[in-house]
Design a protein around this ligand. Structure first.
Ligand code: ZN
Ligand code: ZN
Length: 360
């Protein structure tokens, strides 16, 4: 029976001969989930053209059998990497690929020791990540739901903002709402940054209380059905001074320009340039201290990077964030972030929350 998982394993297996690999060792949990549906916390997957084997320990073998189909489940004996090595020792393969960004030197040493000298170990980074960039219809359907839920939660959180509330209270309420609405949790640590703390792009919630005439940056994402969303809205408590309004207008125009630049065939660098050019025109580019966006999917930061000079070309099925911002020490920050899917003939904004400047 063909499932999305078996189709992905076949797509991966088709890539192996050109990389001169008989087999790929997959040790990153998001990657083995993508290829099998297995949600256990420990294991490793071996994919070859002849089939796939998932090595996991006794806590997860029943679960692995239930969650996967068409995958041989191998009971781990001894340590994980010892077991993988012993399994490979007798397998009819010679060239094994591994991802050096995910396998530690100690793990590689161990698996090699038990697999014996017959095998060749070949660095093969990013193979599964490349496939994961192109979401299939079932993934896109799930990502739409995750994006809509993040939108509901950010709107709820904006309704809570009043003088005296603390950053960590807002962050806690955001994460409570996510869980209450069915998310398995936040996709990353929620950002609720008030006043000058909003100048930190990755501020952690503190006991700071919200005061009149402060900016508020809310950046949150949910994990729903294993897929992440990521949204940022910036609001002002009170009537904003002219400078803040101009900055907001600039960031919104930069984001709109970047979203307009998203299309199949454009490079990620082109999309970054579109945002950066608007902020340059406003003479604010020196306050835009990060890249324009990132890929989104099973993980909150995945390929492709939407950054200066990135040559990766967008293609249908890609989902990326577009999140320009400006940050000024002592003043605060403004960021607007939405999730965008690339289709052959159009761009779909998955997050559906108004982007007009809100003054509370
Ligand atoms: Zn974000
Ligand atoms: Zn983001």
């Amino acid at each position: 029976m063909t499932t999305p998982f078996s189709a992905r394993r076949r797509a991966l297996a088709r890539l192996l001969p050109q990389a001169k690999l008989d087999c790929l060792l997959v040790t990153h949990p998001a990657n083995w989930f993508y290829l099998t549906g297995f949600t256990g916390e420990s294991g490793a997957l071996l994919v070859s053209q002849k089939g796939s084997a998932l090595v996991t320990d006794g806590r997860f073998t029943v679960q692995a059998g239930e969650e996967t189909s068409g995958v041989r489940i191998v009971l781990q004996k001894g340590s994980l990497f010892e077991s993988i090595g012993q399994f490979l020792k007798t397998a009819p393969i010679r060239r094994v690929g591994f991802d050096p960004t995910q396998l530690t030197i100690a793990q590689l040493g161990r698996v090699r020791k038990f697999a014996g000298a017959r095998l060749r170990w070949i660095s093969a980074p990013g193979k599964v990540e490349t496939l994961r960039m192109r979401k299939d219809p079932s993934e896109l359907a799930q990502m739409r739901k995750a994006a809509l839920l993040a939108g509901e939660v950010v709107q709820h959180a904006i309704g809570l903002l009043k003088p005296g509330i603390r950053e960590f209270e807002v962050a806690a309420e955001i994460e409570y709402q996510m869980r209450k609405k069915g998310a398995s949790g936040p996709a990353f640590e929620t950002i609720a940054a008030f006043g000058s703390r909003a100048a930190l792009p990755h501020a952690r919630p503190t006991a700071k209380r919200l005061r009149k005439n402060e900016l508020v940056v809310l950046d949150l994402g949910v994990i729903l059905g294993y897929y992440c969303s990521d949204i940022t809205r910036t609001v002002f408590l009170g009537r904003a001074p002219g400078r803040i309004r101009t900055w907001y207008k600039a960031v919104l125009e930069a984001q709109t320009a970047a979203i307009a630049a998203v299309r199949s065939g454009a490079t990620c660098g082109d999309v970054d340039t579109a945002a950066r050019q608007v902020l340059t025109d406003y003479r604010l580019d020196h306050l835009f201290v990060h890249s324009t966006g990132h890929g989104l999917g099973l993980e909150v930061h995945e390929d492709p990077r939407v950054a200066k000079g990135q040559k990766t070309r967008l293609e249908p099925g890609n989902v990326i964030t577009i999140e320009p911002g400006v940050y000024a020490k002592g003043v605060g920050g403004i960021r607007i972030e939405d999730d965008v899917a690339v289709h052959a003939d159009r761009t779909e904004v998955l997050t559906r929350v108004p982007r007009d400047f809100i003054e509370l």
